[in-house]
Ligand binder design. Structure first.
Ligand SMILES: Cc1cc2nc3c(=O)[nH]c(=O)nc-3n(C[C@H](O)[C@H](O)[C@H](O)COP(=O)(O)OP(=O)(O)OC[C@H]3O[C@@H](n4cnc5c(N)ncnc54)[C@H](O)[C@@H]3O)c2cc1C
Length: 382
């Protein structure tokens, strides 16, 4: 294995590191992103200026065409500066995943360029429902075939980017009796009549990102909106393929969050004096910092390995689920350990560590809970 970066990767990483440290983090730390305010496009526009709103989109459709490992390197930097912005990008990457895997040339030309360039829009990935999170057989959103296309009824909840997204990557069943085995993927314009943002979800995490419930009330879409019109095509397999590649980026986001917490703790420990010396000279604190650094390295290496397998076209389902499972757990452990080192300062509302603690908490739930990752690994491991 070769861990060295190419010249292009190195330059890109440098650019994103500078953006993250000099523009994204200072702006994010100075702003109130509560629901009382309008969504703030400023951070998205910073990335858009460098075509980084959805960097995996191939060059022929206006994107940077980055592979998974390079995208993971960038996601770590973005997450270390502003986890909410990383979540916005992650939702975009997830929403275009099915188009890149199963879209026709026409569908790719229609949708992908919209997420590229300085005016890039946002996209949402709509799977979860009030009745069905982990259990997809309890999904009730139905896309009923008509002569001109499909009519959709149902609702999707806890959808990142939903209030701002121009395009929605929707998973719905097409036959009530066949449930998830009849699932198909549709690309729906937010402007479609009958598509409504019912309510914003006010979540205590990923502060910059917005999340909402989407209602589909007799929403009519044309037949060109379905990915792979062939009736034998499995939307469920497409979903799994999308998750298999997408969830490594939750691994990268987790590494970024853990790294930011470690950096805060290391800096504090080298300045805070107790009992006549800086607290990093107390062995218990220095060992805690070492354990944090070692865990972050483990999460990063597992994420990179899964990315490497994806980019080489090797089987990556187990590696990808293990990377997400481990990295998200490590993000929780490292943020909690950092909170111990910062003492009372850690719980100060609005402090960066208080934010990172809340962000780390949700990583084990999104893109398939960690129990679901364990189920996936168990089904393939033995
Ligand atoms: C920050 C955030 C962002 C999100 N963004 C999106 C998005 O953009 N698009 C989208 O579609 N969804 C999104 N979601 C929803 C997310 O995908 C679901 O929350 C997740 O799939 C779990 O569903 P649930 O919350 O209904 O929990 P449930 O499925 O009800 O699970 C509750 C608990 O039971 C456990 N459990 C359930 N079944 C099993 C089982 N068979 N074996 C073992 N344990 C089990 C789970 O692991 C969990 O601990 C987001 C969620 C969060 C928190």
């Amino acid at each position: 294995m070769d861990f060295s970066l190419s010249k292009k990767q190195h330059e890109l990483l440098q650019t994103v590191r500078e953006l993250a440290e000099q523009k994204i983090k200072p702006y994010a730390r100075s702003k109130d992103f509560s629901l009382d305010t309008e969504f703030d496009w400023h951070l998205v526009r910073i990335l858009a200026e460098h075509n980084l709103v959805c960097p995996t989109i191939p060059e022929e459709f206006g994107g940077l065409g980055l592979d998974t490992i390079t995208t993971a390197l960038l996601m770590e930097e973005i997450a270390a500066a502003c986890p909410g912005l990383a979540a916005v990008v992650d939702a975009n990457l997830h929403a275009v995943g099915p188009i890149m895997i199963a879209g026709s040339q026409r569908q790719k030309e229609q949708w992908l360029p919209r997420l590229t360039g300085a005016k890039a829009c946002l996209a949402a990935f709509a799977l979860t429902e009030p009745s069905g999170g982990s259990d997809l057989d309890s999904m009730i959103t139905l896309a009923k075939k008509t002569r001109r296309g499909f009519v959709i009824n149902g609702r999707k909840d806890y959808i990142l980017n939903a209030p701002q997204a121009e395009l929605i990557c929707l998973f719905a069943m097409t036959d009530k009796l066949q449930k998830k085995s009849s699932m198909r993927c549709f690309i729906v314009s937010r402007e479609t009549l009958g598509v409504k943002i019912e309510r914003l979800r006010d979540i205590a995490a990923l502060d910059y990102a917005r999340m909402a419930e989407i209602v589909f009330d007799k929403a009519e879409i044309d037949s060109g909106s379905i990915l792979k019109a062939d009736e034998s095509y499995s939307g469920y397999l497409l979903l799994n393929e999308t998750f298999d590649t997408g969830r490594v980026l939750v691994g990268a986001t987790s590494v970024g969050i853990a790294r930011a917490a470690y950096e805060l703790a290391a800096e504090h420990a080298s300045n805070r004096i107790q009992f006549g010396r800086t607290i990093n000279k107390h062995q218990a604190v220095s060992h805690a910092l070492v354990d944090m650094a070692a865990k972050i390295e483990m999460a990063r290496l597992m994420t990179w390995k899964a990315c490497w397998l994806i980019d080489k076209g090797h089987d990556h389902t187990v590696a990808s689920a293990m990377a997400k499972l481990t990295a998200s757990a490590i993000a929780q452990e490292v943020t909690a350990a950092a909170a111990d080192i910062l003492g009372a300062r850690a719980v100060e509302k609005g402090s960066f560590l208080e934010e990172l603690l809340r962000d780390a908490r949700v990583l084990s739930t999104l893109e398939g809970t960690n129990n679901i990752q364990r189920n996936i690994i168990a089904s393939l491991l033995y």
